[in-house]
Design a binder for this molecule. Structure first.
Ligand SMILES: Cc1ncc(C[n+]2csc(CCOP(=O)(O)OP(=O)(O)O)c2C)c(N)n1
Ligand SMILES: [Mg+2]
Length: 344
């Protein structure tokens, strides 16, 4: 039983199936993954220094996010959850803007329409419905672009996600459901979510499901490009299950040593998405060392930018909390807002 896993680049850096990426493409993936990891480790450290309230690390999921994020056309629209910092990077969002949300200084931080990247959904699975609604809208307007929803393995148990699958199938919506199966929903392991591979569920809803090695940036890019192309051309939805691993904690408030066997993390460390592309490039690109040095210097500058921007984020006006809720603010809220204002 089960679907095969698409793979192009094996953990040891050997190519196991064909691809038509140029050396420049491969270098681009390397650069993006290194920078995505730097955004993540830098933000994690900022939280530990008390500069952020919380951070949801992407560590280990760089290939899933960069491979899929770089497959998007400018006009496609992303509906993310809270961990997709690498996809946000691909959409041209200054990572310093992601920090505002986790520092509590911003309710959003960017214009979703400008970047075609919605604000993160914290309600598990809710964004899958938003993506389908948007996708149906695309069809009604006769536009040839696609929506993509990012969610986790745990989200597949959520009612919203299953409703989104039904609607997407019924309306043949141009939506790619991109599930990062990172093996855990906080402390709950994958076995508790499903008895069959997640991708296999798509068949029951009436559309295609594919499994891909989520730590193989090349295969993820290939599979996502194909699903997006199909969606834009009227071929309907696809569920992609990117099989990966959350190498870090669920968030900075979580301690995975309480529920995970440390050997498991060691095994996955060997399948590190950055390491396998590095192994390929070291073997095949004579100028890689020089290029990599430039990327590391760029990562250092990005880290500095993040630390500096984080500390300089302006404190919000607390009364902002009362905006964006009612068009006409009711008198009791006006009274509360004025009380809050009087504190500062
Ligand atoms: C509707 C809802 N229920 C519960 C939560 C609490 N919660 C936050 S993250 C999470 C686990 C989600 O796991 P998964 O979908 O695998 O995504 P991951 O965090 O692993 O990326 C839960 C249950 C929530 N945010 N929303
Ligand atoms: Mg998960």
């Amino acid at each position: 039983m089960g679907l095969p896993i698409s793979r192009t680049l094996a953990p040891d850096g050997e190519l196991v199936s064909a691809h038509d990426f140029t050396v420049e493409d491969l270098r681009g993936f390397h650069r993006d993954m290194v920078l995505a990891r730097r955004i993540d480790t830098e933000a994690y450290a900022l939280q530990r220094h008390g500069e952020l309230g919380l951070w949801a690390p992407l560590l280990g999921q760089e290939a899933a996010q960069i491979g899929s994020g770089r497959a998007l056309d400018p006009d496609d629209f992303v509906f993310p959850s809270y961990r997709e910092h690498g996809v946000a990077w691909c959409r041209g969002i200054d990572p310093a803007k992601l920090l505002g949300l986790f520092r509590g200084t911003s309710l959003g931080g960017w214009d979703p329409a400008e970047h075609r990247y919605a604000l993160p959904a914290i309600i598990i699975g809710a964004q899958t419905l938003h993506a389908v609604g948007y996708g149906i809208g695309l069809t009604l307007e006769g536009r040839e672009s696609a929506a993509i929803a990012y969610f986790g393995d745990g989200a597949t148990s959520q009612g919203d996600t299953n409703e989104a699958f039904v609607w997407a199938a019924s309306y043949n919506a141009p939506v790619v459901f991109f599930c990062q199966n990172n093996q855990y929903a906080i402390s709950v392991p994958l076995e508790r979510q499903t008895r069959i591979p997640i991708a296999q569920r798509a068949a029951g809803f009436g559309f295609e499901g594919v499994r891909v090695d989520g730590n193989d940036v090349l295969a993820v890019h290939q599979v996502t490009s194909e699903a997006l192309r199909k969606a834009r051309e009227g071929g309907g939805p696809t569920l992609i299950e990117a099989v990966t691993y959350r190498m870090g904690a669920h968030t900075t408030s979580d301690d995975p040593t309480r529920y995970r066997d440390p050997h498991e993390a060691e095994q996955w460390a060997e399948r590190d998405p950055l390491l396998r592309l590095r192994r390929l490039l070291e073997r095949t690109d004579p100028q890689f060392e020089e290029f990599d040095a430039q990327v590391q210097a760029e990562a250092d500058r990005l880290g500095e930018h993040l630390r500096e921007s984080c500390r300089n984020l302006p404190d919000p006006d607390l009364a902002e909390l009362f905006r964006h809720v009612y068009a006409d603010v009711p008198p009791e809220l006006v009274a509360q807002r004025e009380e809050v204002r009087s504190w500062s």
